[in-house]
Design a protein around this ligand. Structure first.
Ligand SMILES: Nc1ncnc2c1ncn2[C@@H]1O[C@H](COP(=O)(O)OP(=O)(O)OP(=O)(O)O)[C@@H](O)[C@H]1O
Ligand SMILES: C[C@@](O)(CCOP(=O)(O)O)CC(=O)O
Length: 200
């Protein structure tokens, strides 16, 4: 399955609870850097593709932020876990297939094994980022506690045992996202320019 075009210069591995804003924050990073420099890798992408196909579901809605995917989340978690048990790097490898930009933004690490896979593959380049929002803010974005989901590894696997390189507070009364993301964007810009020097 090795069709990686080139090694990334920087791999930013994001995690955070449901509705903390992982997609929102990672899309903002891509907007700031441009899609020729930065790609977003969603570990749940290949999982949802396969799950949608096997179950005859609407992939666009499964990929989006709306309530549709929540009906299937518990079953998707179980389905994905059976694949991960056989091969913890299964979705990491599929999601990064074909990525050619110098900066990779992984939007949805959920388990220690997700982060460890990127750290093992790209030890020099990998950094971890946690997106944090209060339960109140997450509720306003459509979250409500679901037993079997919010207390399972998919949501809690990175709650402890990891010292994140950065924590981003995605709240209306926190410093702006652009301000909080400045050191990350700066590192990404440096990584991108060193990669273009190396390629020329
Ligand atoms: N800073 C923000 N300003 C405005 N809207 C936001 C902000 N952060 C998140 N949202 C909105 O909140 C909703 C949830 O955000 P998002 O989909 O990014 O969360 P997530 O962590 O990726 O959630 P999930 O794990 O359920 O996919 C989206 O509709 C998104 O547009
Ligand atoms: C099934 C799962 O991938 C769903 C992720 O959906 P989302 O990133 O919250 O849109 C969660 C998991 O892998 O445990």
């Amino acid at each position: 399955m090795e069709d990686r075009v080139s090694e990334p210069s920087l791999v930013l591995v994001f995690s955070g609870k449901r509705k903390s804003g992982k997609d929102y924050v990672t899309e903002l990073i891509q907007k700031r850097l441009g899609s020729d420099v930065c790609c977003i890798l969603r570990l749940s992408g290949p999982l949802k593709e396969q799950y949608a196909q096997e179950h005859g579901l609407d992939l666009d809605q499964l990929m989006g932020p709306g309530p549709y995917k929540e009906q299937y989340r518990a079953d998707m978690i179980r389905w994905g876990e059976s694949r991960r048990r056989q091969d913890p790097g299964f979705f990491c490898r599929l999601a990064s297939r074909g990525a050619h930009q110098p900066v990779w933004v992984v939007s949805d690490a959920r388990r220690l094994s997700d982060l460890q896979w990127f750290q093992a593959e790209f030890p020099q380049q990998t950094r971890s980022v946690r997106v944090q929002s209060s339960e109140n803010t997450r509720s306003q974005r459509g979250w409500s506690f679901t037993a079997g989901v919010d207390d399972a590894e998919s949501e809690c696997g990175l709650d402890s045992g990891v010292e994140f390189d950065w924590n981003v507070i995605n709240e209306a009364d926190a410093p702006s996202l652009d301000e909080q993301l400045r050191p990350i964007l700066q590192l990404a810009a440096e990584a991108a320019s060193s990669s273009s020097v190396n390629r020329n």
